[in-house]
Design a protein around this ligand. Sequence first.
Ligand code: FAD
Length: 385
Amino acid sequence: MTDTDLHDALRAGVRALCERYPGSYWRDLDERRAYPEGFVRAMTEAGYLSALIPPEYGGGGLGVTEASIILEEVNRSGGNAGACHAQMYTMGTVLRHGSEEQKRRYLAEIAKGSLRLQSFGVTEPDAGSDTLSISTSAVRDGDVYIVNGQKIWNSRAEYSDLMLLLVRTTPKAEVQRRTEGLSVFLVEIRSSLGKGLTIQPIKTMLNHFTTQVFFEDLQVPAENLVGEEGQGFRYILDGMNAERVLIAAECIGDGDWFIEKATAYAKGRQVFGRPIGQNQGVQFPIAQAYARIRAADLMRYKAAALFDAGQPCGPEANMAKLLGAEASWEAANVCLQTHGGFGFAREFDIERKFRETRLYQVAPVSTNLILAYLGQNVLGMPRSY
Ligand SMILES: Cc1cc2nc3c(=O)[nH]c(=O)nc-3n(C[C@H](O)[C@H](O)[C@H](O)COP(=O)(O)OP(=O)(O)OC[C@H]3O[C@@H](n4cnc5c(N)ncnc54)[C@H](O)[C@@H]3O)c2cc1C
């Protein structure tokens, strides 16, 4: 099978699965703020969420390019991959830095879907984007680490068995380099609830199942430390390029969904005796948004190809996420405007997708932080932080 055949087959397969979960399914969940359990189960059983897990652990052994196509198609269909995208890539930290014992114990179960690792605990209320200032701590006590602190915006924690948690194991004042002294743990959520772990949902403008998580003397077995103590920040950064590319693909899926809706409506809606799309004031913004999506898509494929070839791809992955998030937002805005009043009616799904795609400019990393990375790390301008 050539790459093109594989990609076409993946697209067709995901599209067919998504047809079973139409706009009405997502709209209903959105109204009830409920988790798309049936959709996530179907994606798991079809093997899509284990695409990045190597075959020796029961996964698909595919690359980020293919994984990105899967998530893109979910959003392109009108759904929202945010419900389960982290099940695909959070395991990358265990795969790249975990012990053989951890890989054998967890990856096969994650590939089967009998374990969900889709909760990622990095952000804290006081530190925000300044990840190196997190203060949730883990202190070694014999065979366990004692964890204390708080995370915020920990998405899907209620629908996950495992949490990948970044904590401080050496106080900031005692490390030589700011990037040292942080460690990554796998926390078993179910057995920790009520024993030092509390999860509180946060209501947001979109259906994203995000939470705040409190740790009070939670005991985490020392064997759940991933990699070396103190090196966790590096491990988390390692996984971020894949995440950026996958999120860019979701944005592109959203963007194309908005363009298709806007175009169809512009062709069909008659006002002043002609289709609104005949007016260049309506037509050009759609064409402009379309061009921006295609440009972002090129950067997404470039970043994915570099990642899959094992080449450095930080600038490309960040630019793909930046351009993708901007393009999907522009397309959302244009689609809403093209629909006039009907854009606000829930039954068209536009207002839901509009709210959903807006998130990508803030999470998983905000646009300004990407610009700072490009300005400082790529272009060598003075650091602002
Ligand atoms: C729905 C949702 C789901 C999320 N899911 C997760 C998750 O699963 N796990 C997780 O760990 N986190 C998650 N996050 C957190 C997300 O990654 C952060 O919200 C994001 O990184 C921004 O951090 P902050 O909200 O603390 O904003 P802040 O850091 O407080 O920043 C606020 C604003 O100021 C800007 N800013 C800050 N510093 C600078 C600077 N030096 N220069 C220029 N601009 C600056 C930012 O760009 C931002 O626009 C989620 C967030 C949301 C809203």
